[in-house]
Ligand binder design. Structure first.
Ligand code: HEM
Length: 572
């Protein structure tokens, strides 16, 4: 009894301390300084700022010369060193702890089992090498392009057309999550989950993934013993991660058993190779630690790839479209570029679109944190000492906003900062732009992700105008993936330019009739006309000839009275 009474007094004391800390935090105007409270450490300051954790961490890093030691509650094992100092990042990426995540990481991310994201040492090396081979396999590359193309054509476009026709509000974040899940699912499991359709079917995978990612975020702040206990008795966010894990297990059990049956009866007939098929037939003489016959192994490897493929790209696209709505001039420039430089076989030509995507992810990185653990004690270039197996957290969100790294305009969205003087893309060192990680554990799907995002962005920008519903609160949810807490509510409609053009000119045959006349003009005359055109004004384009592009303009710079439509030209 005495023990229970003592325990009660102890709990009451803790609550009293927390209350005092919150009260003082509320009164304090200087939230930037991290106060180290007796027993509770710096946790109260951090908990108080959880609703704006990413911006708060950016401010704290800026105020503390980009590195600070976070002290968790006594004996909780949650002390961490936060750093975004590019010198430290560079040091970590080029030393031993670039490869290893450490045992703590595996515990926190236990839902992923032994997938590539959590694995270390020789197992990681086998997963990395085999993953690299898969991502460069011709059939896998073909499948990635064909699945994205068909998902856009068969699902996204009809969905947005219907939303436009009925003028309803849609959550663009949810649309992207479903689209990227279906696409990633075809690529990783060989099955289309068909979660994106106008009826908005139930989407258990999405919920399971979102809950797990939030729970994993909070695990970083709790003593292992506490979240393990919560998990055991199923309370709070931990109850959700348990349900999520059960869902993933049953989903994969079905996929794997169906595929094993198909393999036995001669394999899948469709072209293209998905990750499940690949890992079920992986060459174990080359990759000795991989276990193609073990269902848990297949589940772990493929679940990591599926989550890596869905969550990151859908997050990036959501923030990108929100930024475009705030910066219409960037949208106009992207449209111009698509109309003048579009070549379906070479999306690399869309330099400005690429720059805008990179810039958007600088400010809103889909993976906002990175976690490192040194294998032996070390001193970082900033002078901070780190012990073996200690936790080092790099807040990639904060890194993208450091004025000392990106200049005084660090918080502004400026795709131009990625364009070099010769009009190409500027490269930035990975210690400065860590969005896709760097060093041996660089994101394996970087090129695939950029390709998919360009395809989706182009499809939407070309075909629709969208309007963000006013008054909604846009804020990230505290999670290991940068999602919008309340989604992104928008309405879509066909682009204004198209709808405001004179009716006759919208008819392609009419337009092409005029083009025939124009294309008969001699080169010299075309040059003369071009000299009057002050800028490339591209609204709709079609190829006039191999030499010139025809640009149809709503407010014409030049009109030709003998032609039915007004036409201007821009250099190809
Ligand atoms: C905008 C999109 C993406 C971003 C920003 C991104 C970012 C990252 C980051 C930061 C890491 C390091 C994570 C860590 O070490 O904890 C990573 C790793 C990884 N990513 Fe991505 N990723 C993206 C898309 C993709 C896609 C589409 C795939 C594949 C389908 C993919 C596959 C992977 C894999 C397999 C790893 C583990 C690499 C390793 O540990 O060796 N990623 N990614």
């Amino acid at each position: 009894m005495a023990m229970i009474g003592l325990f009660g007094v102890f709990i009451a004391f803790i609550f009293f301390l927390i209350y005092q800390c919150f009260f003082l935090c509320k009164k304090s105007h200087n939230l930037l300084s991290l106060k180290n409270w007796p027993f509770l450490g710096m946790l109260p300051g951090m908990l108080f700022n959880i609703p704006r954790i990413f911006d708060w961490l950016s401010e704290v890093h800026e105020a503390n010369d980009m590195t600070f030691a976070f002290k968790g509650p006594w004996f909780s094992g949650t002390d961490m060193l936060f750093t975004v100092d590019p010198r430290n990042i560079n040091h970590m990426l080029n030393s031993n702890f670039a490869k290893s995540k450490g045992p703590e990481f595996k515990k926190i991310f236990d839902i992923l089992g032994d997938g590539i994201v959590t694995a270390d040492m020789e197992l990681w090396e086998d997963l990395r090498k085999s993953g690299h081979a898969l991502f460069h396999h011709q059939n896998f590359l073909k499948l990635s392009v064909s699945s994205t193309t068909s998902k856009l054509k068969d699902d996204l476009v009809p969905f947005l057309d219907k939303a436009a026709e009925e003028n309803i509000v849609i959550d663009l974040q949810d649309v992207f999550k479903r689209l990227m899940f279906d696409t990633a699912s075809i690529l990783m499991t060989g099955y289309d989950q068909m979660s994106l359709s106008y009826e908005i079917p139930g989407y258990e995978f999405g919920e399971a993934a979102d809950f797990s990612e939030e729970a994993i975020f909070y695990r970083h702040l709790k003593p292992v013993i506490l979240w393990r206990l919560q998990n055991l008795i199923g309370v709070g966010v931990e109850s959700k991660i348990k349900t999520a894990s059960e869902f993933f297990n049953s989903m994969f059990a079905k996929i794997i058993s169906t595929r094993r049956k198909e393999e036995k009866s001669g394999g899948k007939k469709e072209p293209g190779i998905d990750a499940v098929t690949y890992y079920m037939n992986v060459d174990t003489t080359k990759y000795k630690l991989l276990k193609p016959g073990n269902d848990t192994f297949i589940r772990d490897v493929v679940l990591s790839l599926l989550l890596a493929g869905r969550d990151t790209t859908s997050s990036a696209l959501t923030w990108f479209f929100w930024l475009l709505s705030k910066h219409p001039h960037v949208m106009t420039k992207i449209r111009q570029e698509i109309h003048t430089n579009f070549d379906p076989t070479d999306l690399e030509k869309l330099v400005y679109l690429h720059a805008a995507l990179l810039e958007s992810m600088r400010l809103y990185p889909p993976v906002p944190f990175n976690h490192k653990s040194p294998s032996k004690s070390d001193v970082l270039p900033s002078g901070h000492r780190v012990e073996a197996e200690s936790k080092i957290v790099i807040c990639i969100y904060a890194l993208g906003r450091m004025r000392s790294v990106w200049g005084e305009d660090a918080s502004e969205f400026k795709p131009e900062r990625w364009i070099s003087e010769n009009g190409g893309l500027k490269r930035e060192p990975s210690s400065k732009y860590l969005v896709f990680n760097a060093g041996p554990r660089t994101c394996l799907g970087k090129h695939l992700a950029l390709l998919q995002m360009k395809m989706v962005a182009m499809e939407i920008i070309q075909k629709y105008d969208f309007k963000v519903v006013e008054g909604q609160k846009i804020e990230p949810v505290p999670s290991i993936i940068l999602r919008m807490k309340h989604g992104l509510k928008v309405t879509v409609k066909p682009p204004k330019e198209k709808s405001t053009a004179p009716a006759g000119e919208q008819n392609p045959s009419n337009l092409f009739g005029d083009v025939d006349l124009i294309s008969s003009l001699p080169d010299k005359m075309l040059h003369h006309i071009l000299s009057f055109v002050p800028t490339k004004v591209a609204i709709t384009t079609s190829v006039l000839s191999k030499r010139w592009r025809h640009v149809w303009c709503k407010t014409p710079y030049l009109s030709f009275p003998h032609l039915k439509s007004s036409l201007v030209f821009a250099k190809p």
